[in-house]
Ligand binder design. Structure first.
Ligand code: NAP
Length: 269
């Protein structure tokens, strides 16, 4: 089995990575950062996002494993002090995996013939900070609303606990085949009206946003990245054909993760 160890610049992550690589080599695993079967990310959920983007063209052959150097995360099943257990699980790997949907972001830039496609694991946003963002929102090619506000966010189910949650989106179970559209500070009054609540669309549906062409200073994000900031004619969001696969050696119930991350210790009544 070929394994790549991907880690962030934190001192703890580097120490854990050094220890893990030594153990893997001792157990006759091949360290391969070009064509791995397993990518082990060490850091946090943000580190796994970066690992995903590094290997996003190899999703058919790669399974991910997340090791968290802090608290337990949403993309991380292992803690840094569980390296021995992780290596044991890798030795007994039978190809077990669980996969989750990704977001396909098709961008039609002004003046370009072909759409450019990006893949997001958490979400993509379109924002305008200099003034109100004005954009038409279409669902399945039908005009749904004319949005005015700070921006819009489209997230995956696994991304629903990230930025989406901070702007009032719903937390979706990651086994759902769906994407969610969430508003960022929409302007709602007698003149301008949007739905004002998050929208979750079905697997065979798509969302188009067409920003007002009189402004050009929109900011598009894909997870932690801001790709080319060029004038955008239209963005089409749909569930991607590709999925992200995790080597799942043990299971933690999704709602336990949510409870652990956001609620924590509760006082009894
Ligand atoms: P960052 O600003 O360093 O980290 C943002 C936080 O989001 C970290 O605590 C990270 O967890 C957490 N996170 C990432 N993916 C998550 C997920 N699927 N569910 C729950 N929490 C998650 O940014 P980054 O590390 O480059 O990651 C970029 C992501 O951060 C974006 O995709 C966006 O979703 C999120 N973000 C959120 C806000 C907000 O909530 N206001 C603002 C900016 C960005 P770890 O500590 O485990 O890495």
């Amino acid at each position: 089995m070929r394994v790549s160890v991907f880690y962030n610049s934190g001192k703890k992550s580097q120490q854990v990575a050094t220890k893990l690589i030594k153990k893997l080599v001792d157990c006759a695993f091949e360290i391969d950062d070009k064509n791995p079967d397993i990518v082990i990310s060490i850091g946090g959920d943000g580190t796994l996002l970066s690992a995903f983007h590094k290997f996003s063209t190899q999703l058919n052959q790669v399974r991910f494993v997340g090791v968290h150097t802090g608290h337990l995360g949403f993309y991380t099943d292992w803690r840094d002090y569980e390296i021995d257990d992780l290596v044991e699980s890798l030795k007994h790997d039978t190809g077990q995996q669980i996969s989750y949907p990704l977001l396909d972001v098709g961008v039609q830039y002004v003046g370009e013939r072909d759409q450019k496609h990006y893949l997001a694991l958490n979400e993509s946003t379109l924002k305008r900070v200099s003034a109100t963002m004005v954009t038409d929102v279409y669902i399945r090619d039908e005009l749904f609303e004319s949005f005015r506000g700070d921006g819009l966010c489209v997230s995956t189910p696994t991304g629903s606990t990230a930025y989406n949650k901070s702007i009032g989106g719903a937390v979706l179970h990651p086994r759902l085949e769906a994407i969610q559209l969430t508003e960022i500070a929409s302007l709602n009054n007698r003149v301008f009206r949007t739905l004002g609540s998050p929208v979750v669309i079905a697997p065979d549906e798509w969302i188009d946003i067409k920003p007002d062409q009189t402004a050009q200073d929109y900011i598009m994000t894909i997870d932690q990245f801001m790709p080319r900031q060029k004038p955008i004619e239209r963005i089409r969001y749909r569930i991607a054909d590709q999925r992200i696969a995790f080597a799942r050696y043990r299971h933690m119930h999704f709602w336990n993760r949510v409870e652990d991350a956001f609620i924590g210790e509760k006082q009894g009544s």
